[in-house]
Design a protein around this ligand. Structure first.
Ligand SMILES: Nc1nc2c(ncn2[C@@H]2O[C@H](COP(=O)(O)OP(=O)(O)OP(=O)(O)O)[C@@H](O)[C@H]2O)c(=O)[nH]1
Length: 313
């Protein structure tokens, strides 16, 4: 290693971090808060993050690449097993793991399950992130911080830091980045400045549609919706100052009986899903969009490897 000139200031650091935690722990929201723009997909339903979405925090002295993983869960289907594999592979590859534990929920078997798995990953530093602090009073927060400390001790898991944050109020989000960055190796920026995510646009668009489609169908369609963007093309013959992007997407469900739920009475629900997701896509891509959305049945897609591949898993 060559001696550095101290006058040059601290070394530039770059690397990868991922947030883990049980479903709904606030991982996606935290990623968005750190990056400052909506890139990962959030919803108040568990397990909506199917793809590894990265957000990038650019600082003069560092670049922190956030990898958002789906929640670990008991695999009941082929899809479940693949998701867990994705999670473990991600853990082994990153420079630091942030374990998200919501402040407003008692630590439970789900957290212990993940913590035990984390304890098995020796090399990677682990930061305990107590999320959603805006939902509890200071006393409850202090108790949660102590419980997290205790959990680490019980499992022989040494926290590099324990940090309380609120992604919604923004409280301590900057501090979290400040604490994660020193845990990254020295190195140059990995992505050009201005990049917020390397997730292909089509996948982000598909996730936005899926998020809108899941909204409001509380228990009917837990994990049965997949979205594939078939085509994204600028409409021909449009003047330069009035562009329009044509997006054709298919919304897959598992059974014909689910069609009614997705489409709604007289198609009202699907129209609503279309309007909502179109607005989000326009905000993301910065261009007016014509969204053409079709509902199709892909029978038992969660159990069929061929269908899973086609749907991007
Ligand atoms: N009040 C409050 N709510 C939050 C905060 N962070 C997340 N939430 C909410 O908690 C719910 C789950 O947040 P997500 O970010 O989707 O959680 P996740 O861990 O990514 O969930 P999965 O993708 O299912 O693994 C959403 O309804 C969020 O709005 C926070 O700091 N404060």
């Amino acid at each position: 290693m060559s001696a550095r000139n101290p006058a040059a200031g601290p070394a530039h650091r770059s690397g990868f971090a991922c947030f883990v935690g049980r479903p709904n722990a606030g991982k996606s929201t935290l990623t968005n808060a750190l990056v400052g723009q909506k890139v990962a997909i959030t919803s108040n339903r568990p397990q909506t993050t199917r793809h590894t979405v990265r957000g990038i925090v650019h600082r003069p002295d560092a670049q922190l690449v956030l990898v958002d993983t789906p929640g670990l869960h008991k695999p009941r289907t082929l899809l479940g097993e693949r998701l867990n594999d994705v999670v473990r592979t991600t853990w082994a590859e990153v420079d630091v793991i942030g374990f998200c534990l919501p402040a407003d929920q008692k630590l439970g078997p789900g957290d212990t399950f993940i913590a035990r798995e984390l304890a098995g990953i020796r090399k990677t530093p682990k930061v305990a992130v107590v999320t959603k602090t805006d939902l509890v009073d200071p006393k409850a927060l202090a108790a949660q911080l102590m419980a997290v400390d205790r959990l680490g001790r019980e499992l022989g898991l040494e926290w590099a830091e324990i940090v309380p944050v609120s992604a919604v109020s923004g409280d301590q989000v900057g501090l979290l980045a400040d604490l994660l960055i020193p845990l990254l190796p020295e190195g140059p920026a990995l992505y050009p400045e201005g990049d917020l995510t390397d997730e292909p646009e089509q996948i982000m668009v598909a996730e936005l549609i899926r998020e809108a489609a899941l909204e409001g169908v509380r228990d009917e369609l837990p994990h049965s919706i997949a979205v594939v963007v078939e085509e994204m093309l600028p409409r021909a013959d449009r003047p330069a100052d009035k562009p329009l992007l044509d997006i054709h997407a298919n919304l897959y469900i598992e059974r014909p009986s689910q069609k009614g739920i997705v489409i709604g009475p007289k198609g009202a629900r699907l129209r609503d899903v279309g309007t909502k997701s179109r607005q989000q896509i326009e905000a993301l891509l910065g261009t007016p969009v014509f969204l053409d959305l079709h509902v199709k049945v892909a029978k038992d897609w969660q159990r069929d490897p061929k269908q899973l591949r086609k749907l991007g898993f």
